[in-house]
Design a protein around this ligand. Structure first.
Ligand code: GDP
Ligand code: MG
Length: 596
């Protein structure tokens, strides 16, 4: 295809502002999906995506569109909407010349819209502002058009109005894409260079890699090279999604499509990497490649210890489709054999856990998630801590924690409560801008550990649900952090150790010791439960001893009842874990670890 008739674009929107629905209408309007084949959110393929209504993996689809007698090829690249996947969003944007900025006409701009808009602007994309859901009675297009115009510096009249539900305005929007977005430019005679913006494992076809060609041409059966690793593969198939895969005889400058090489693991076809021709390689990659970096770690353990091999195989399978997933075996006194698993964020954690439970029929317990710390010991050696148990003993010179840049958008009456929350979470105010008279954007630099856990829930409850949040990892800071251990009769219970700010150590300690006191049954002797920082005890509870032997209750009773009781006890014991001399039912650990 001649690059002059190609338009590559993506849709950036806050979650629920209607991106998937609009994409569906575009598929219909361009005729690539027939009405009888249409199902809602056609492009959201994974079951979990459909059920949760979120887009995890981006997809590209090619649509024909005629305007003034010219046949154009529109490539729509769907981007994941959630903050955990910012890097994938940035690569999808880098594959485009323009972006549709889609805003719910009853809600206005939200934090994810802004974050992705900034990413699009960094990539120098042409922005087409659009208000969606104008069919809603609550829609206030005048007001939000002014907000958008103010933000991106256009006229309110330039903001298109559409409804993904009724299809109103969708054709005008496709025309606008053709008119406003620049055609891709590249050197057709140069050695081939294509950027990978997505890579998906398919059981039947192996890894399907989505690329945008920048220079030259990729053809079937030639040998390609991955520039980050130098690995070479044969191109078994190359084609475009429309939206089902259609093999073609190659992809040229500006084109977007897929490649199949027979590799079985997405790690061999990494998002952000540059594909070139092996016989005539490009000298420089396209740039912007980063290895995915796990931000949050948690221990995953099967509730039934005999499921450990199933869990291991399940993780090996998921990894084929998830380049960001990392894990290694770990053992815990309390929980037995499991894995330490790294995730991009909490949503990623939830998705992985849900897939393990659903697709592999596993019952799992996960330890409280933590971020990654750099701890400098007295000998100036820096230890990377992904698990509280790795926190070095003895004197520590310095602990560094990862930070995030966070953006919150709220109605201005909530500024005070948002600032109060961010301050309590050790945030540093970076700036504040009014989007309009009544809505404001607040920016904070804030510890990742404070933001990834319950921050969003607290923010929502303090603002009656009006606040929206987006964040991205941004550097680190030195902070006063300590490891709090929980001891049962002097024995450390590994699964409950936590790294917290010094000011929060006491409340963590009293919370945990209090919980365990409720959950652990009485033993033959008194059991102290303590929270400690090093050798210093900061909180303590006692489980009192049982006075009477259980059997004494049946004194003189019939023997079969006694036997039954003993058997019941034995059964219970199977699910007991020993911590030193203390017997703890596994349920107690599970209950103590589940957040309430
Ligand atoms: P996404 O999260 O941005 O992909 O949003 P979805 O496309 O999943 O839409 C979120 C919700 O808004 C769904 O319940 C849609 O049915 C609804 N929705 C999307 N577009 C429109 C629209 O134009 N009008 C109305 N009334 N509802 C819409
Ligand atoms: Mg969606």
């Amino acid at each position: 295809t001649d690059p002059s008739v190609i338009r590559n674009f993506c849709i950036i929107a806050h979650i629920d502002h209607g991106k998937s629905t609009l994409a569906d209408r575009m598929l219909q309007a361009t005729g690539v999906v027939q009405p009888r084949e249409m199902k809602a959110q056609y492009l959201d393929r994974m079951d979990i995506e459909r059920e949760r209504g979120i887009t995890i993996k981006s997809q590209a689809v090619r649509m024909p569109w005629e305007r003034d007698g010219v046949n154009y090829a529109l490539n729509m690249i769907d981007t994941p909407g959630h903050v955990d996947f910012t890097y994938e969003v940035s690569r999808s944007l880098a594959a485009c010349e323009g972006a549709i900025l889609l805003v719910d006409a009853a809600q206005g701009i939200e934090a994810q819209t802004l974050a992705n808009l900034y990413l699009a602007m960094e990539n120098e994309l042409e922005i087409i502002p659009v208000l969606n859901k104008i069919d809603l009675p609550a829609a206030d297009p005048e007001r939000y058009a002014a907000e958008i115009a103010n933000l991106i510096g256009c006229e309110p009249d330039d903001v298109l109005r559409v409804s993904g539900k009724t299809g109103q305005g969708v054709e005008a929007l496709l025309d606008r894409v053709v008119e406003r977005l620049p055609a891709p430019v590249g050197d057709a005679d140069a050695p081939a260079r294509a950027m990978i913006f997505d890579s998906v494992y398919d059981t039947y076809r192996g890894v399907v890699t989505y690329v945008r060609v920048v220079d030259g041409k990729l053809s079937p059966r030639e040998k390609i090279k991955m520039m980050s690793t130098g690995a070479t593969h044969e191109l078994l198939e190359i084609g475009v999604s429309s939206p089902e895969p259609v093999p073609t005889n190659g992809l040229a400058v500006g084109e977007v499509g897929y490649l199949i090489t027979g590799v079985k693991d997405v790690r061999q076809s990494k998002v952000g990497d540059t594909v070139t021709n092996n016989a005539r390689p490009a000298s420089e990659n396209i740039g912007g490649y980063e290895d995915p970096k796990p931000m949050v770690f948690s221990g995953l353990y099967p509730i039934d210890g005999s499921d450990y091999p199933v869990l291991r195989d399940a993780l090996d399978k998921l990894k084929l489709n998830d380049a960001a997933l990392v894990y290694e075996p770990e053992t815990s006194v309390a929980l037995g054999f499991g894995f330490r698993v790294g995730f991009l964020g909490l949503l990623h954690l939830e998705i992985v856990r849900e897939r393990l439970e659903r697709e592999f029929d596993l019952d799992l317990i996960s330890t409280a998630p933590n971020v990654v710390y750099d701890v400098m010991r007295e000998d100036r050696e820096v230890v990377t801590v992904t698990n509280p148990s790795e926190f070095p003993e003895g004197k520590i010179l310095e602990v560094k924690e990862p930070m995030a840049s966070a953006t919150v958008i709220v109605p201005s009456e909530y500024i005070g409560s948002v600032m109060e929350l961010c301050q309590a979470k050790r945030g540093h105010l970076k700036g504040m801008d009014y989007l309009s008279e009544e809505r404001v954007e607040i920016r904070y630099w804030i510890p990742l550990a404070e933001i990834v856990f319950d921050f969003f829930d607290q923010l929502k409850s303090r603002t009656k649900g009006y606040a929206s949040l987006d964040w991205k990892a941004d550097g680190d800071q030195v902070a006063d952090l300590v490891k709090v251990d929980i001891l049962l009769q002097g024995e450390q219970v590994d699964a409950f150790s936590a790294i917290t700010h010094k000011d929060n150590a006491y409340s963590y300690g009293t919370m945990m010791t209090g919980k365990l006191k409720e959950l652990i049954p009485r033993q033959q002797y008194e059991v102290p439960i303590q929270a400690a920082i090093g050798s210093r005890i900061i909180a303590r509870e006692n489980i009192r001893a049982i006075r009477k032997d259980v059997l004494s209750k049946c004194y003189g009773g019939d023997i079969s009842r006694k036997r039954k009781l003993l058997e019941k006890q034995k059964e219970g014991k199977k699910r007991m874990k020993m911590v030193g001399r203390v017997e703890v039912p596994q349920e107690a650990f599970i209950a103590a670890l589940s957040s309430d």
